[in-house]
Ligand binder design. Structure first.
Ligand code: ARG
Length: 393
């Protein structure tokens, strides 16, 4: 029998896929769960469930460190945010797909499979990555058979497929954030119920005492919190924990999907909000006006590439070269204040700072104020000409 490698999470879609691949496609199924920081019990459950349903082999791949260093840190340097969404799910997809391709190649599999439906973004992200690194056939059983969620549940029951303890929502979680969608949240007027949040306190439950925190950046990425050095994975986890406990990082947006559908999305991304806000604050003191203006465009394009599943597009690599060069100067410390859902920058310093405290000071006597008069005389000269012409007409 020919082999297929399925990206497996033990959720409804991928659990149903195992059986479908065996029954309808007549393939030997190998599953792989790529750990990008989803809840530990989900990773463990994947191994158990895969064997229960009857796969020939199951892999668990710990990709947390790679995810943090090669994906999240790049996103931080680029301030990557799409329509208000820090791209947590989107960023993990290419890495998951790359790991699956690797396994498929080692196993000599003919096909690679994923559990995406035909409506979302993830099918684009998975398939563009797979195609850029392998010739394997791609099978998406849920999409192929045009299954609805209730049809999947029915199929699962019929085949004794163990289902996860159901949340009514579709939830995706990794190191960089938690996405919650579906069910009652499909109505944009329905408020996200408090119990659906897991990473963030509500502002009312957050501590009354504000917290001051210092984040140290080196070449554009966070390296220490209040002077304590942390490795990338620990840094992100710690930022999620601290910012979440102060009610930072709840995001409720209408998002434009790749295929153009609008969808209502809720996110909890406390660490991402904290780190990116602080990172931007540091860039403000280090970059010139022209650089700042330009990086806003870079950031927009970079974010769209990630969202649209085009991680392997050469432009992303080109932009990384530019970003890395610029980020060489993004060194320093940003002091923030967290309090009941509010995040404020209260201090920043950098050895590469372009800020001239002396020159900008109201007390400065060294620069003769009168020297500016010559420049100011012609400032806005075109506007003045225009207004004069209008008056005459
Ligand atoms: N809309 C987001 C994205 O496309 C998140 C999707 C997350 N999936 C989920 N099942 N909640 O990246």
């Amino acid at each position: 029998m020919e082999k297929v490698v399925l990206a497996f999470s033990s959720g409804l879609d991928t659990s149903v896929c195992i059986k479908l691949l065996q029954e309808k496609y007549n393939l030997e199924v190998i599953t792989a769960c790529v750990d990008v920081g989803q809840p530990e019990n989900e990773v463990e459950r994947s191994a158990t469930v895969a064997h229960e349903i009857g796969v020939s082999k199951h892999y668990t791949v710990d990709a947390k460190q790679e995810f943090a260093e090669n994906f999240i840190f790049k996103a931080i340097k680029a301030n990557a945010v799409y329509e208000g969404y820090p791209l947590s799910t989107a960023l993990a997809r290419p890495l998951i797909a790359m790991k699956i391709v690797e396994i498929a190649q080692n196993e000599g599999a003919v096909a690679i499979s994923h559990g995406c439906t035909g409506k979302g973004n993830d099918q684009f992200r998975f398939e563009s990555t797979i195609r850029s690194s392998s010739d394997n056939q791609i099978i998406a059983p849920v999409r192929d058979l045009n299954l609805t969620r209730s049809e999947e549940i029915e199929y699962a029951k019929k085949h004794n497929i163990p289902l996860p303890v159901f949340s009514n929502y579709s939830i995706d979680e990794n190191l960089w954030g938690r996405s919650i969608e579906g069910d009652i949240l499909e109505d944009p007027m329905v408020e996200m119920p408090e119990e659906a949040f897991n990473w963030t306190k509500s502002s009312t439950d957050a501590p009354d005492e504000p917290l001051k925190l210092e984040i140290e950046f080196k070449e554009g990425v966070p390296v220490a919190l209040d002077g304590k050095k942390l490795d990338p994975v620990e840094m992100i986890k710690e930022c999620n924990r601290i910012a979440g406990s102060h009610g930072i990082g709840r995001i409720d947006i209408m998002e434009d999907r790749i295929i153009g559908l609008k969808s209502r999305e809720n996110y909890e991304t406390p660490g991402a909000v904290l780190i990116i806000t602080a990172h931007k604050a540091l860039e403000q003191i280090v970059f010139t006006r022209d650089e700042l203006k330009f990086t806003a465009n870079v950031s927009q394009t970079y974010s769209e590439l990630i969202y649209n599943g085009l991680w392997h597009e050469p432009l992303r690599e080109d932009l990384d070269c530019l970003i890395d060069h610029m980020q060489k100067r993004v060194f320093g410390i940003v002091r923030v204040r967290l309090h009941k859902g509010n995040l404020r920058i209260i201090g920043r310093k950098s050895p590469f700072s372009l800020y001239q405290e002396q020159a900008v000071s109201f007390e400065d006597k060294e620069t003769d104020q009168r020297e500016i008069v010559g420049m100011i005389k012609n400032y806005g000269i075109q506007a003045a000409c225009y207004q004069n012409i209008c008056k005459k007409e």
